[in-house]
Design a protein around this ligand. Sequence first.
Ligand code: DGL
Length: 262
Amino acid sequence: MKDERPIGIFDSGVGGLTVLKVFRDRYPGENFIYFGDTARVPYGTKSEKTVVRYSMENSKFLEKFDVKLIVVACNTSSSIALDVLKREFNVPVIGVVKPGSLAAVKVTKTGNVGVIGTEATVKSGSYRKEILLRAPLLNVYEKPCPLFVPLIEEGWIEDEITMLVAKRYLSYFKDGKVDTLVLGCTHYPLLKSVIGKILEGVTLVDSAEETVKETAKVLKGNLDEVGIGKVRVFVSDLNERFEKIAEMILENRISIKEVSTE
Ligand code: DGL
């Protein structure tokens, strides 16, 4: 019998919508509750203690909707708060770091993998740990790209300034240093085309697909591929920017409600 309870997804802002999009495309019959903590974004520059507190509050908010599973669609929260969330909540909690690492290990041919993410994600070493756990002989090169999130939240995606910033960060990977690059922040898939132009020939790994597969595994495949489910989107600060980028990511207009989690 179908489990009608929604899947809860949260991120610090719009980034997690890239994960929601893949879920929706694959399982349109499922119900989803998305929470974007737009009032407190970015998480990537905050202390561990704060990221854990925010992640707990976001999950408690999702819990009110009787969610059957929580997807932490934020690499920063997944890197820092996942163990706490798994301990504190009665439903399964899935992060994006493990699925992203798995995808990178599958894809690399040269064994040289790059990871880009927020300062907090890179500092946590979560990707290095998860990748080396699966393939101890790989070389992992990590680079924080802290300006990417504000540029994306600003809506500067196909933009010359973003291109310049990206060139500067990604020069670390030039001359074939890596053949695979993990987009270790759920905001970054929005910069796929910019990054792809700079690192031609490098395979870009977006953890969303693997996260959806992992969810299906945990829910034993009990997910609706054909029906018409309901998506409800909540934010802690409703602003035009979010609405615009959300529409771009989800490819349709959605209604968004502002709430407080504190
Ligand atoms: N989208 C988030 C991530 O995947 C982080 C952006 C931020 O809040 O710094 O890490």
